[in-house]
Design a protein around this ligand. Structure first.
Ligand SMILES: C[S@@+](CC[C@H](N)C(=O)[O-])C[C@H]1O[C@@H](n2cnc3c(N)ncnc32)[C@H](O)[C@@H]1O
Length: 400
């Protein structure tokens, strides 16, 4: 972060349950001093890494650059400390700001109030030093400033991402209850699929899992279709370095030899998937078909199936129990040689699949706590470990 810093301390925010995956992504990009936190990963690196983390991490929601840490006892402390930050070094005249606060504290109870006090402090400082003042623009600010208060500890950060990184730029059409792109990518990476076998989503909706899978398989950067990042409006934005980051990623793209197939019973939802695939220039790499999962047969050769069926929450289904029972039957009959992963918030319905999970993770789809369960459908002589009855006796796997 400006002004001229070689080693920058950064914080990548992630959905709960994906911290280790994100840490792995950052490690691959060369991050140092990685530390796993709750829904975040702290790390260090240079400005090139800041750009690369925004562009390439599939499981990061935002990359923050902390500029100040302090303790507070009173409301006034917050104002005074924020006012003492040299904002004029970062912001130019005429810049707009937006402040986002997260608060777990007895000093403050309302995050909106914290944002207002922080804004007052920044504006007052700026006006005293420059006789100008930044104005607030909630939707499209030049600078997003993040104030995080936990008990009496405050961190103030710049948000280098701008809009959340799940906004990849390819989602032009939504079906019902689409997955967040960061969660979809995290699910694929948790499953261990690396593009070396087929990938199937037989309830693909708007195609999020399929597109994220294709991007993983071909090593297309997460931000390939996105036009803007917060850091591009910073005083120290380095156009050449940004170009270098994009060229490095381009050199690492690869071809994909297997199949990525999506199907959905709803023609309307599949139309959204087509539109999104087209936007991502991936129509040639992914096949789509209108079909119920019951009628769909995966290609031979094995691979990974990942799906996000209705939970009966946001999408009402007539008989949720039969749907999951059918899914279990179809997996046993047609998916030999595959690993199948299902995410759902309906734990009773998940048990109706009637297979013993090899692994289970807790993930959140929006506010809904879900299980992401993986089943190994052995090919050949090894039989899938079918369960009898409803009782799920699987040991809690790593990740839970
Ligand atoms: C939660 S949505 C999937 C959303 C998708 N992951 C996305 O990101 O857009 C569930 C999908 O399952 C589909 N579906 C429901 N019953 C089905 C069935 N029997 N066969 C195939 N698709 C089905 C619905 O049409 C819906 O698109």
């Amino acid at each position: 972060m400006q002004p001229g810093n070689n080693s920058i301390k950064m914080l990548a925010k992630s959905p709960a349950g994906l911290e280790e995956i994100l840490a792995g992504e950052l490690r691959e990009l060369g991050a140092k001093n990685i530390e796993l936190l709750n829904r975040a990963v702290a790390f260090e690196g240079d400005k090139k890494l800041l750009y690369a983390a925004n562009y390439r991490c599939r499981t990061a929601l935002r990359i923050l650059v902390p500029i100040s840490h302090f303790s507070i006892e009173t409301e006034q402390d917050l104002y005074t400390e924020i006012k003492s930050i040299r904002w004029e070094d970062y912001l130019g005249n005429g810049n707009t700001i937006a402040i986002n606060s997260t608060v777990t504290s007895s000093v403050f109870t309302h995050s909106h109030y914290v944002s207002l006090r922080a804004k007052d402090a920044i504006v007052d400082r700026f006006r005293e030093k420059t006789s100008e003042r930044p104005s607030v623009d909630i939707d499209n600010p030049d600078f997003r400033i993040n104030v995080h208060i936990y008990k009496d500890e405050v961190s103030v950060s710049f948000d280098s991402s701008g809009a959340s990184l799940h906004k990849r730029g390819y989602h032009v059409s939504n079906a019902e209850a689409p997955l967040n792109e960061v969660l979809a990518a995290g699910m694929i990476l948790l499953s261990g699929w690396d593009g070396q076998s087929n990938f199937i989503d037989p309830m693909c909706g708007s195609g999020t899992l399929l597109i994220e899978a294709a991007m993983i398989a071909m090593n297309i950067p997460a931000g390939e279709f996105r036009e803007e990042y917060g850091f591009m409006r910073w005083k120290d934005f380095d156009d050449e370095l940004w170009e270098e980051v994009q060229n490095d990623a381009l050199e690492q793209q690869r071809t994909f030899e297997h199949k990525i197939i999506g199907s959905d019973i709803s023609e309307h939802n599949l139309r959204s998937a087509y539109a999104n695939l087209k936007q991502a220039s991936l129509s040639k790499n992914i096949s789509l078909k209108v079909s119920s999962f019951q009628d769909m047969t995966p290609p031979e050769g094995g691979g990974v199936m990942i799906t996000n069926p209705p939970y009966g929450e946001r999408i009402q289904v007539e008989d949720i129990v039969s749907l999951y029972q059918d899914l279990g039957d179809v997996l046993k009959q047609k998916y030999k040689g595959y690993q199948a992963w299902v995410i759902s918030s309906d734990l009773m319905a998940l048990k109706k699949i009637g297979l013993k999970p090899m692994k289970k993770y807790i993930l959140f789809n929006g506010q809904l706590e879900c299980r992401f369960a993986g089943f190994d459908l052995y090919a050949g002589s090894k039989r899938a470990r079918y369960q009898t009855g409803d009782e799920n006796t699987a040991p809690e796997a790593s990740g839970e």
